[in-house]
Design a protein around this ligand. Structure first.
Ligand SMILES: [Zn+2]
Length: 408
């Protein structure tokens, strides 16, 4: 059975150490390289869709989380407060929304700025019990792809539709295969903020956004402040979990007294749409490692090209090729130890999408023989052409596990 924890170890993607603590994974260089590529892609996708990125700290004063409602409704999932002095307590944040509400109200807002889309790939913390922690799928330190879109009520429908479009685009690029859409609603026996009218209106807006989409309803899965659309995926063991989400919130704008000036000069309350295109980096990678069996699409493969000199005489040509690959923005390295066969097998074990073999003839002619992941070998080609081929595949942001392989 495919398990991201075993593959993560084999591929040197991440590790954990009891000395650091359970649920606090360490991203090793290979995992960090893949994550970095995904983060850059998502940030660029958001920027082109009109998002503005911010940085906010992963902790804040107790009063901030009293105001946001997290202490009243979410405290059991939070780490206990850290006390600096008698009336100065800090909490690790369990969500980014409180800080983003403060970003919104950092200055006066006009209707012309709406929808105002504030995005951050930020850290947050959940006090998960040690029994439920495992690999990257349940962690205590979470790096969330998050945004809060502040809109006028009449903009919400279109905004949610646009978010769903972005989610589909990101899923296609990453190779995510959704298991289904879910409308998460209030349920019995839990605490929720807000009035019935607000919940009904939010639910109606989300149902309208889901028009034409097949979805299930999940009572009791709403956030404490509002209903949400969750996009579910399944891990290799068949367990379902939420990857992407869109949530409507009428409550935090009240709590933080958020407003904008409308066209007539009147003060109005915005709606806060919480959304995550791809969830947390931890959960996303737990899923991606399993769905691709470690063979990531070329654009976020930790190493895209391994150059293998056949013998010591080709060391110089191999180093030049790797250097050119790095200079052109690819992730490349040279492997020169051991027999050629064992190095080819090692590259295959690491799921490297492109292996460049440089023998005496290739070195003399400025060429390289590319082998693609999966075993296909291309005829020797000039090294600039090989680098272009790999760069094109990496730029394509396709979700196919094996990168496209046009014949040079
Ligand atoms: Zn939020």
């Amino acid at each position: 059975m495919i398990d991201h924890r075993r593959l993560g170890r084999e591929l040197d993607l991440f590790d954990s150490d009891p000395l650091a603590g359970a649920g606090l994974p360490l991203w090793l260089p290979a995992g960090a390289a893949a994550r970095h590529a995904v983060e850059e892609y998502v940030r660029d996708l958001e920027r082109r869709a009109g998002y503005q990125h911010v940085y906010t700290p992963p902790l804040g004063r107790r009063e901030l989380f009293e105001r946001s409602g997290h202490l009243g409704y979410f405290a059991e999932d939070m780490f206990p407060p850290m006390r600096l002095s008698a009336n100065d307590e800090f909490l690790l944040r369990p969500a980014l929304c409180p800080h983003h509400a403060l970003v919104y109200r950092a200055r006066g807002r006009s209707y012309r700025e709406l929808p105002l889309r504030i995005a951050e790939l930020g850290g947050m913390y959940r006090a998960e019990r040690s029994g439920v922690l495992g690999g990257l799928s349940r962690v205590r330190a979470i790096s969330l792809n998050d945004a809060h879109n502040f809109c006028a009520l009449e903009q919400v429908g279109e905004e949610v539709g646009e978010i769903l479009r972005l989610i589909r685009e990101a899923h296609a690029a990453l190779g995510v295969r959704p298991a289904g859409f879910r409308l998460s609603l209030r349920g019995p026996g839990q605490k929720y903020v807000g009035d019935d009218a607000g919940w009904a209106r939010a639910e109606e807006l989300l149902r309208a956004a889901l028009d034409g989409v097949e979805f299930t309803e999940a009572p009791g899965e709403a956030a404490f402040y509002g209903p949400k659309i969750d996009i579910q995926v399944r891990d290799a063991a068949g367990r379902e979990f939420t990857l992407s989400t869109v949530q409507l919130d009428f409550d935090k704008p009240e709590r933080f007294d958020l407003s904008y000036t409308d066209a007539g000069g009147a003060r109005r309350r915005p709606v806060m749409v919480h959304r995550s295109l791809v969830g947390s980096m931890e959960r996303l990678f737990a899923y991606l490692i399993e769905v691709h069996e470690g063979a990531f699409p070329a654009w976020y493969a930790p190493v895209q090209l391994v150059v293998l000199p056949v013998g010591d005489e080709q060391a110089g040509a191999a180093a030049r090729l790797a250097r050119d690959a790095l200079a052109s923005g690819l992730r490349a390295e040279v492997d020169s130890g051991g027999s050629l066969g064992s190095r080819v097998r090692d590259a295959a074990r690491r799921r490297v999408p492109y292996v460049g073999v440089v023998g005496a003839r290739e070195a003399a002619e400025g060429r390289v023989s590319l082998r693609l992941r999966g075993g296909r070998a291309l005829d020797p080609m000039p090294t600039p052409q090989a680098l272009r081929l790999i760069a094109d595949a990496a730029r394509a942001h396709g979700g196919r596990p094996v990168g496209p392989a046009p014949r040079g």
